[in-house]
Design a protein around this ligand. Structure first.
Ligand code: ZN
Length: 413
């Protein structure tokens, strides 16, 4: 994607002083003459920033302002090892609120909305971000935090909450409880604002149906402010991200090369206004793609990304095509008569990659099975552009596993 002129100006201005402000970048860009970075191509040659770099800078090595300018810290919930600490200035906090307020506006909220916030508060950026944005926007916030489902439901009924903010898994749990208790009629919910993570189409439909709400995806990560960096709109054309605050790239996670719009790869983010902890070319490990064009019917012309399709760790490459389990799942799910279980086997024979996809189908009839195999093969060809070897098995024949990664068996290396 072409950098917008105002983004290029912001990036060049940021790079001009970053080494002086930030010991972290002074070290990272030690060999780079910042005066030589003038074009998008120059920028795309700069080294990436990684979560591991931020861990190494623990606790406040990433800080790029004097101590007296820091008003808050947040920390990402690292699953392993040292956490990452991100310092915020007052402007950072205000900017985050501004972005998040735009999200509420983008999904059609008004000041009469009552925003029920279930994500957690504390070091994590979730709950407080949802709250900051709603307050800036001018809606009523109900800062519940997670858990205590009984109380959540009571407040939802008594306060007539209209917007539910939640992770997809908690939204589903609430939806199920609401159905069990038969209190749907007592609720006033209209919209669900769901924190970005990969969630399947089926889960989405269940939540939307059971709660009777429109669902929106909100994107963000603690290292880059938190949730609110972008949101989907009612036309569902992707997640609109705020171009004046973030510059987005999508790269091939294996080679680090920038990919054209529409191709799935790793999302890389550069902050354009962040003071406390500016991030240049930060690798998110989220897999997504940039939606070509800026013609969403909602009128928002900010850069759009697709809903996340997974994490880079899940990705694999066959015949030069990057693929990930979610894509395989989608293809499998779209063919009639095929269940959701699958296994992929990748081999390398006579200089060629061979991808065999095993899946379960409900029929024992040999002819019908062959038809299904052909349908699966054709769908892979059409959607992913790759020819696979389809193998239909009976229901229950494939090993069951919770972990997605174990469904991909790569025998090549
Ligand atoms: Zn839109």
């Amino acid at each position: 994607m072409e950098m917008k002129p105002f983004q290029r100006d912001a990036i060049l201005a940021e790079l001009a002083t970053i080494k002086q402000r930030s010991p972290f970048y002074a070290k990272k860009f030690a060999d780079v003459d910042m005066g030589q970075i003038r074009t998008q191509e120059d920028f795309e040659r700069l080294p990436f920033s990684e979560k591991a770099d931020l861990r190494e800078a623990y606790p406040l090595g990433i800080q790029a302002v004097p101590d007296e300018d820091v008003v808050r810290i947040h920390s990402s919930s690292g699953t392993t090892g040292t956490p990452v600490i991100i310092p915020y200035t007052q402007k950072d906090v205000d900017d985050w609120a501004e972005m998040f307020a735009r999200c509420y506006q983008a999904i059609g909220c008004t000041k009469l909305d009552r925003v029920h916030i279930t994500p957690g508060y504390g070091l994590w950026t979730a709950g407080i971000g949802f709250q900051l944005g709603a307050e800036r926007f001018g809606a009523m916030t109900i800062p519940m935090g997670p858990g205590n489902t009984e109380k959540q439901l009571r407040m939802m009924v008594d306060l007539q909450s209209t917007v539910l903010c939640a992770t997809s898994s908690y939204a589903l749990l609430l939806a199920e409880r609401i159905a069990q208790e038969g209190i749907r009629d007592q609720l006033a919910l209209k919209k669900g604002l769901i924190g970005s993570e990969r969630w399947g189409k089926r889960m989405r439909e269940r939540i939307a149906d059971e709660l009777g709400v429109e669902l929106y995806d909100i994107y963000g990560l603690t290292e880059i402010y938190g949730p609110g960096v972008g949101v989907s709109c009612r036309y569902n054309t992707g997640i609109h991200c705020w171009d004046d605050f973030v510059y987005l790239e999508v790269i091939d996670p294996k080679t680090g090369r920038n990919l054209p719009d529409g191709e799935v790869g790793e999302l890389v983010i550069t902050t354009l206004q962040k003071q406390g902890a500016p991030l240049i070319r930060y690798r998110t490990h989220d897999l997504s793609s940039i939606v070509p064009g800026d013609d969403c019917p909602c009128g928002n012309t900010n850069t759009r990304i697709t809903q996340l399709v997974g994490r880079t760790d899940d990705m694999f490459k066959v015949k030069g095509v990057n693929m990930f389990p979610a894509q395989v799942e989608e293809v499998i799910a779209s063919v009639d008569g095929v269940s959701s279980e699958y296994q992929v086997m990748i081999d390398h024979l006579n200089g060629k990659d061979i991808m065999t996809v095993y899946f379960e189908c409900e029929t024992d009839d040999a002819l019908r099975r062959r038809q299904i195999e052909e349908a699966v093969q054709e769908t892979f060809k059409n959607r992913i552009g790759i020819t696979i070897v389809p193998k239909a098995e009976g229901v229950g024949d494939l090993p069951r596993s919770e972990k997605k990664s174990t469904r991909i068996l790569d025998n090549r290396y």
